[in-house]
Ligand binder design. Structure first.
Ligand code: GDP
Length: 294
C-alpha cells in the first residue's frame, strides 16, 4: 500500500537528516521534493501545495527547537499534516435507529457488494442482527453475489428478483426488518460504469424514500483523481455521510486517500484491503499517516 509515496517521501526527508538545523534553504529543497512526491502520488495539485506550504511554515516556526534533530522534527510535522489532511480524528458510523439503515452507493466495480458483505460481517460480530438487501435491479448476478456473501458471513439477504423498482425493494426490506427484529439494514444499490443521470435519480429516490442513517460512498482508490472526481459528483447529488476506500491493497500511490477528505469534506470511514470478508478496517487518519511515512 502506497509504496511509491512512502519511498519518495522518505527520500525527500532524508536530505534533512544529519543537517545541523532547519534553514530556509534546506527546508525549501525538501518541501519541493515532498510536493513532487505528493503530486506523483496523484494528489490533487492544490491539496499538495496547501499541505506543503503548511509543513514549511511549521518547520520554520519550530526550527528554534534545537534539541530536536531536523529530520525527526520534519517527520513529525509531515505526520501531523498528513493526519489532518485525511480527516484528523477517526469517524465511526452511526448505527442508531430501529432499524439503522445503511445505503451503499458507488460505481459498478468499485467494491460495493463486497463492502456490503464485509460491513454486515463486521456489525454481526458486534452482536447486531443484520439484514442485507440486494437493490441492484439491473444485474441479476448482483443478487446471487450478495446471497453468496450473506451465506458466507451468516447474514440474511433480502431480494425481490422480479421487482424492477429499487425504491419499493428498499422499503419492503425495511418493513421486513422491522417485522423480524433486524437492527441494521444494509442496502446494496446498483452502480454503472460511469456516473449517469438515470442511476443518480434512482439512488436519490431511494435515499429520499428510506432516509438512511448513513449513506456511504464506495470508491476504488486505484482510480486516483477519478475517484476524487466521482466522489465530488456523488456528494453533490447524495450528500453522503462518509467514504469507503476500496482496493487499497493494490494502491501504490495513495492520491485518493490523501485528497478526498479535502475535496468533498466528508470523512473516510472504512478502508478495504482485499477480497476476503475480513479485509475491512475502520479508517484512522493518524495510523495511515504513520504507515505512509513507514
Ligand atoms: P460492485 O460492482 O461495486 O458491487 O463491486 P464488487 O463488490 O463486485 O467488486 C468488484 C471486484 O473488486 C470484485 O472482484 C471484488 O472481489 C474486488 N474487490 C472488492 N474490494 C476489494 C479490495 O479491497 N481489494 C481487492 N484487491 N479487490 C477488491
Amino acid at each position: 500500500m502506497f509504496e511509491n509515496l512512502q519511498d519518495k517521501l522518505n527520500k525527500a526527508i532524508k536530505t534533512l537528516k544529519g543537517q545541523g538545523r532547519i534553514t530556509e534553504i534546506n527546508v525549501a529543497a525538501t518541501i519541493k521534493e515532498v510536493r513532487r512526491a505528493l503530486t506523483d502520488a496523484d494528489v490533487n495539485y492544490k491539496v499538495a501545495k496547501d499541505i506543503t506550504d503548511r509543513i514549511r511554515d511549521k518547520a520554520l516556526d519550530r526550527k528554534v527547537l534545537i534539541s530536536v534533530e531536523p529530520g525527526q522534527l520534519f517527520v513529525k510535522i509531515v505526520q501531523e499534516e498528513l493526519t489532518e489532511l485525511m480527516g484528523g480524528e477517526a469517524q465511526g458510523i452511526n448505527i442508531k435507529g430501529d432499524p439503522a439503515v445503511m445505503l451503499i452507493a458507488g460505481l459498478q466495480g468499485s467494491g460495493k457488494t463486497t463492502f456490503s458483505g464485509k460491513l454486515a460481517s463486521y456489525l454481526k460480530k458486534q452482536g447486531r442482527n443484520v439484514l442485507l438487501v440486494a437493490a441492484d435491479i439491473y444485474r441479476p448476478a448482483a443478487i446471487d453475489q450478495l446471497k453468496v456473501l450473506g451465506e458466507q458471513v451468516g447474514v440474511d439477504v433480502y431480494a425481490e428478483p422480479d421487482n424492477k423498482n429499487a425504491v419499493q425493494i428498499a422499503q419492503n426490506a425495511i418493513a421486513q426488518a422491522r417485522k423480524t427484529g433486524k437492527k441494521v439494514v444494509i442496502v446494496d444499490t446498483a452502480g454503472r460504469l460511469a456516473v449517469d443521470e438515470a442511476m443518480m435519480q434512482e439512488i436519490e429516490a431511494v435515499k429520499r424514500a428510506i432516509s438512511p442513517t448513513e449513506t456511504l460512498f464506495v470508491v476504488d482508490s486505484m482510480t486516483g483523481q477519478d475517484a476524487v472526481n466521482t466522489a465530488k459528483t456523488f456528494n453533490e447529488r447524495l450528500n453522503f455521510d462518509g467514504v469507503v476506500l476500496t482496493k487499497l491493497d493494490g494502491d501504490a500511490r495513495g492520491g485518493a486517500a490523501l485528497s478526498i477528505k479535502t475535496v468533498v469534506n466528508k470523512p473516510i470511514k472504512f478502508i478495504s484491503t482485499g477480497e476476503k470478508m475480513e479485509a475491512l478496517d475502520v479508517f484512522y487518519p493518524d495510523r495511515m499517516a504513520s504507515r505512509i511515512l513507514g
